[in-house]
Design a protein around this ligand. Structure first.
Ligand code: DX5
Ligand code: ZN
Length: 238
């Protein structure tokens, strides 16, 4: 992990900037190699997108992938559940080796109970909102959360364009964090369309975890792409 430098970023974001490459854009026939390459290049977490074909119109992976990834990387696995009834699968993902489990507010009938279940299973707890959901929906749970994930694309697919009108959500979260003890502040994670142009906007607004799939794994050199993205994300906007 690196520390965010001085400059205009300082008022909103302090502490490390976490880079979390999303395996959604990796080569699934060479997943271990792809993940090890970004680990060597300084990735902090590996983001695992789980889709069920119901909550989103796409299907991806289950706990088995988390289980085998754990054997080939020491990076914490940041598991993003884009699934309905997430409570039915949380224990399995935790057992497989998830470090963080993020569920969608829209998919939880009782978010507080789901957050408790994630923690009881031994994982860090995250809550996410789709673009159309107001970020204020997470307010009642903020104190219990380790992470809040702002979706900056409609969940379901990699390679979409960043939605700049999500920036106020990031700013709102950062403002909420300001009123909390530093040790209780959740990570503010941004997911969707993050690249060299959009990463500085997200970080400037207050994000301290960047998920990036296409910008890293679709690049000819994923290690170089990751390092460049981290550098660009931390370049002050004048
Ligand atoms: C989208 C996923 C993202 C996706 C991001 O539903 O949650 O994590 O992998 O991909 P890019 O960075 O390509 O937008
Ligand atoms: Zn994701």
């Amino acid at each position: 992990m690196t520390t965010i430098p001085t400059g205009s970023l300082r008022p909103r974001t302090t502490g490390p900037l976490v880079m979390a490459p999303s395996i959604l854009s990796a080569d699934f026939a060479r997943l271990g190699e792809d993940v090890r390459r970004v680990e060597k290049a300084g990735a902090d977490w590996v983001h695992v997108d789980v889709m069920d074909g119901h909550f989103v119109p796409n299907i991806t992976v289950g706990p088995v992938v988390v289980h085998w990834l754990k054997k080939c990387t020491s990076l914490p696995q940041d598991v993003h559940l884009m699934i309905e009834n997430p409570e039915n699968y949380i224990p399995a993902f935790a057992k497989a080796g998830a470090w963080n489990i993020t569920v969608h507010w829209e998919a939880c009938r009782r978010p507080a109970e789901v957050i408790r279940l994630i923690k009881k299973s031994g994982c860090q707890a995250g809550l996410s909102v789709r673009p159309r959901t107001p970020i204020q929906k997470v307010a009642p749970y903020l104190k219990e959360l380790n992470l809040v994930l702002v979706m900056t694309v409609e969940p379901g697919f990699g390679g979409q364009s960043f939605m700049p009108d999500m920036i106020p959500k990031i700013r709102w979260l950062r403002e909420q964090c300001a009123g909390m003890a530093p040790s209780r502040r959740p990570w503010v994670e941004v997911d969707g369309g993050i690249n060299n142009d959009t990463a500085p906007l997200a970080v400037h607004a207050g994000a301290n975890v960047l998920v990036a799939g296409n910008a890293i794994f679709a690049a000819p050199d994923s290690a170089f792409a990751l390092k460049t993205l981290r550098h660009r994300a931390q370049t002050p906007i004048l």
